[in-house]
Design a protein around this ligand. Structure first.
Ligand code: SF4
Ligand code: SF4
Length: 523
């Protein structure tokens, strides 16, 4: 056969990852081909036994994103995902050459590159440069196994509010300046499940979050996609969102939650709206979002009725009126350059809680360039915001929730020492359900069944197992937090909020230490 040179081949991209099969271990069960939703694994007939074909798996070397699902599901442990050798000799262009080819490939005409989960850039992670204080000699540590440790946290206008929101109905507080006060949220651990909408994840995952939040005494956030009626039973543990798309928002909507969050921004894509493609808008999603089936669900980048702090104040108080001042109102913003002033304005606009989402915050889909290069780290943002509110003597008027890249219990506690009252976790929730961080949630083919609503894949989520996993995650982190607190001789989490004296910095410049408000190790 005559082969010809073809310029279109210039854009071929050698497989970055692919599965390698140990055929001595492989039992030829074929499960991996079913497990892979990306079309990477095929089966070919190896031989015929008793009239039946015996098939062996092979890698197509075309679409593996290293989600590792096949590897984990293989009953014989016969699969290893490997990274293809890079033959790019130019170090400066090495990271971009594949994406550049992708954008000019005539087979896939130019498009904005999408990506999921939070930024994976090599930008400094400040959490890794912070060390906790520890008790020695004159200030004895506390043994958390023998002494009570208090992780209970209250979110909202604590000083003047009318008591906690926990299970059951709440009543509005006495009027202040002519307006009743919203109650506070009471949580048993300073960890909440971050906003992930129905559409970006599926109902089974949301049910697991609702159940786990109830068991743990915390809250889950339903995200901007409305609230499916099957989730109404979790109303005592649910935070709902009002985003620019206003999906599912109605007076009835507010009856099924404990708090309402106005979503202005998201850490992974500050200044960018949301887009759930029409093909993902199933019957259930259309009903929940109150949009026609098959139509694109677009959240505009701005709220078209918010162009000033006064506009935001109107929306905050419209929601408070609609909920008879029975539910605290949170405002979620991305961590951006002028975050301290923004937070000050939001606090003065009447928000009870402000959630700040750092640039490592996760997402279902974000333009790759925005995810990697917009926003600032949560460590700097939360510290700047907390200090500004203290300087202005309005810190008590609002609680701060830190989000965006919280990876473990130490990150939780460091965020609290830098000024957060609590944290949101999102990517850690996905990982606790098995997610292999392939960063392709936007494709709605998640092999684990987490970030997809494809009927066949959703079944891969076992709600009981998912609930147990979430409970285990937060329980383990809470225990670790108690140990860290014990080592510092602290027995109530509240006394660590903004307690920067308990932190020291390593390998940071004087300017970075100043923004964080902490001392250099050794000082
Ligand atoms: S799942 Fe494992 S044992 Fe089954 S065919 Fe694939 S590699 Fe072989
Ligand atoms: S949740 Fe997203 S990142 Fe994780 S495995 Fe599924 S598609 Fe990949």
């Amino acid at each position: 056969m005559q082969h010809e040179l073809d310029m279109r081949n210039n854009y071929k991209r050698p497989a970055k990852y692919y599965p390698v099969f140990d055929l001595d271990r492989c039992s030829r069960c074929g499960l991996c081909a079913t497990a892979c939703t990306w079309g990477e694994i095929s089966l070919k007939v190896e031989r015929v036994e008793k009239g039946k074909p015996v098939c062996v798996p092979f890698a197509n070397k075309s679409s593996c994103g290293a989600c590792h699902y096949c590897e984990k599901q293989c009953p014989e442990e016969a699969i290893t995902i490997v990274e293809g050798p890079s033959t790019v000799t130019h170090r400066y262009w090495e990271g971009d050459i594949r994406n550049l080819y992708r954008q000019v490939d005539p087979g896939h005409p130019g498009h904005v590159l999408l990506i999921s989960t939070g930024a994976d850039s090599e930008a400094i992670c400040y959490f890794d440069h912070l060390m906790f204080d520890a008790c020695q000699v004159t200030n004895p540590p506390i043994d958390p196994l023998r002494e009570p440790m208090e992780l209970k946290t209250f979110l909202g206008r604590r000083e003047y509010s009318n008591g906690p929101v926990s299970a059951g109905p709440v009543s509005a507080g006495p009027p202040k300046n002519g307006r009743p006060l919203s109650p506070v949220l009471e949580i048993d651990t300073p960890i909440l499940f971050s906003a992930m909408s129905f559409g970006s994840i599926n109902l089974r995952v949301q049910v697991a979050e609702g159940r786990a939040a109830g068991i743990l005494g915390t809250f889950w956030n339903a995200g901007e996609g409305g609230l499916h009626k099957s989730l109404h039973k979790f109303r005592d543990r649910t935070i709902v969102q009002v985003a620019s798309g206003r999906f599912g928002v109605s007076p009835g909507f507010f009856e099924h939650c404990s708090a309402v969050e106005i979503k202005i921004g998201q850490g992974a894509k500050p200044g960018i709206g949301g887009h759930l493609p029409g093909e993902k808008v199933t019957e259930q999603i259309s009903e929940t979002r109150m949009i026609p089936m098959g139509s694109d669900a677009l959240s505009p980048a701005p709220h078209h009725d918010i162009y000033s702090i006064e506009d935001l104040r109107q929306l905050i108080y419209a929601i408070k009126e609609a909920t008879r001042y029975e539910k605290p109102v949170s405002v979620k913003v991305s961590a951006v350059h002028n975050i301290a002033a923004i937070v000050s304005g939001i606090a003065r606009a009447g928000a009870d809680i402000i959630a700040i989402d750092g640039f490592r915050g996760g997402t279902g889909a974000a333009p790759r360039r925005i995810r990697q290069s917009m926003g600032i780290p949560i460590e700097l943002a939360i510290s700047a915001a907390d200090r500004r509110l203290r300087e202005e003597h309005i810190r008590h008027q609002v609680s701060l929730v830190a989000a965006g890249g919280i990876r473990n219990s130490a990150d939780v506690l460091k965020a609290i020492c830098l000024g957060a009252n609590a944290v949101y976790v999102g990517t850690a929730v996905l990982i606790s359900l098995g997610c292999g961080l392939c960063q392709r949630c936007y494709a709605s083919k998640c092999s684990y069944g987490i970030t997809t609503n494809r009927a066949d894949l959703v079944q891969r989520i076992d709600i009981d197992v998912a609930t147990e996993s979430l409970v285990s995650l937060v329980t383990a982190w809470s225990e670790e937090i108690k140990e860290l607190m014990g080592g510092m001789g602290i027995n109530t989490i509240g006394s660590l909020v903004g307690n920067r004296e308990r932190l020291r910095g390593l390998h940071l410049t004087r300017q970075e230490l100043d923004v964080l408000g902490i001392k250099q190790a050794g000082e």
